[in-house]
Ligand binder design. Structure first.
Ligand SMILES: NC(=O)c1ccc[n+]([C@@H]2O[C@H](COP(=O)([O-])OP(=O)(O)OC[C@H]3O[C@@H](n4cnc5c(N)ncnc54)[C@H](OP(=O)(O)O)[C@@H]3O)[C@@H](O)[C@H]2O)c1
Length: 280
């Protein structure tokens, strides 16, 4: 079975580990590295994987390394692993989950020829319903790409895009679960405002969101048609839709996603300039 190292067992690292284990990947083939040993112990207790505090020991002789640390830490940690990656018997594929960090800057801190894939995941990976969007670097072969697709496919849907679309992808899928959580939070409070008990409001809001998600995925109709189908002339739904439109819902979504994509781009630029400073 593919030997995997997860560098950074935080929210995304744990979501990946949890999904892989639930999807049948053997825990003994999964390593994790954290700075804090107590975090490693928590993950060992939950998933029976092996923990390390030394990233180089963690990646020795593994096939695939998932970098799940913060964008600002990704390049320096990857650079510190370069010799071990070179010494591993087989080519180790490196997957970076970091928002904004480009393939060019990742490839610059390791030896030429190291296969690197940039991936934008999202947290529904925790329940094996994630969305992972990949852009392979120039040294990734077809077989390696299929291997990574297979691993990420155990924790949700996988898509491949050109790297030039990655900032937009961060806005569309990497960060979007938070928009939907915020919308549901607002729906729950709105339900309470209408006199429903909190628990009932939550059940109804979550169930409606999940059901609408399944309907959009399984129906061949566009979301606009599905919405029109539940908006009878002069009815209740169209009254609500009119309020949402008047409050500027579409404009808000355009602006929020633009800001999100911009921030992803800034994170990449900051990281690239930090590497140039270190090299000077
Ligand atoms: N959260 C999301 O929804 C989301 C979505 C898409 C992409 N991402 C990307 O996923 C990556 C991880 O994000 P996250 O939200 O999971 O962050 P997080 O919860 O803060 O986790 C980061 C982890 O990295 C570990 N770490 C930091 N420095 C380390 C080092 N030197 N050696 C080993 N481990 C180290 C931390 O361990 P300690 O706790 O021990 O310090 C922590 O467990 C980011 O690059 C982010 O851009 C996140």
């Amino acid at each position: 079975m593919t030997k995997i190292a997860v560098i950074g067992g935080g929210k995304i690292g744990e979501a990946l580990i949890s999904g892989l284990v639930a999807g049948g990947h053997s825990p003994k083939d999964i390593h994790v590295a954290n700075r804090r040993p107590e975090r490693g112990k928590e993950l060992v207790e939950t998933y029976a994987i092996t923990d390390y505090t030394d990233v180089n020991q963690c990646i020795e002789d593994v096939d695939v390394v998932f970098m799940c640390v913060k964008p600002k830490d990704t390049l320096s940690i990857l650079a510190s692993m370069s010799d071990t990656l070179d010494n591993n018997a087989e080519d180790t594929t490196v997957i970076s989950m970091a928002a904004g960090v480009t393939l060019k800057s990742l490839e610059e801190v390791v030896s030429a020829g190291t296969p690197i894939v940039r991936v934008m995941p999202n947290t529904p990976m925790l329940v094996r319903r994630g969305t992972s969007v990949m852009s392979p670097g120039r040294f990734v072969g077809e077989e390696q790409l299929e291997q990574i697709k297979g691993l990420l496919g155990t924790v949700g849907d996988v898509f491949v895009v050109d790297e030039s679309h990655m900032d937009a992808v961060v806005a569309m899928s990497g960060s979007s679960p938070a928009y939907f959580f915020l919308f549901v939070e607002a729906m729950i409070d709105a339900g309470i405002n209408l006199g429903l008990p909190r628990a009932v409001a939550k059940e109804l809001a979550v169930s409606s969101l999940v059901g609408s998600g399944h309907l959009m995925q399984e129906s061949c109709e566009e979301p606009a048609v599905l919405r029109a189908n539940v908006s009878s002339p002069g009815g209740t739904t169209i009254r609500a839709i009119r309020e949402l439109e008047q409050s500027g819902l579409r404009g808000m979504v355009y602006r929020a996603t633009e800001k999100c994509a911009q921030r992803s781009n800034e994170l990449g630029a900051v990281k690239a300039s930090a590497v140039e400073d270190e090299a000077e």
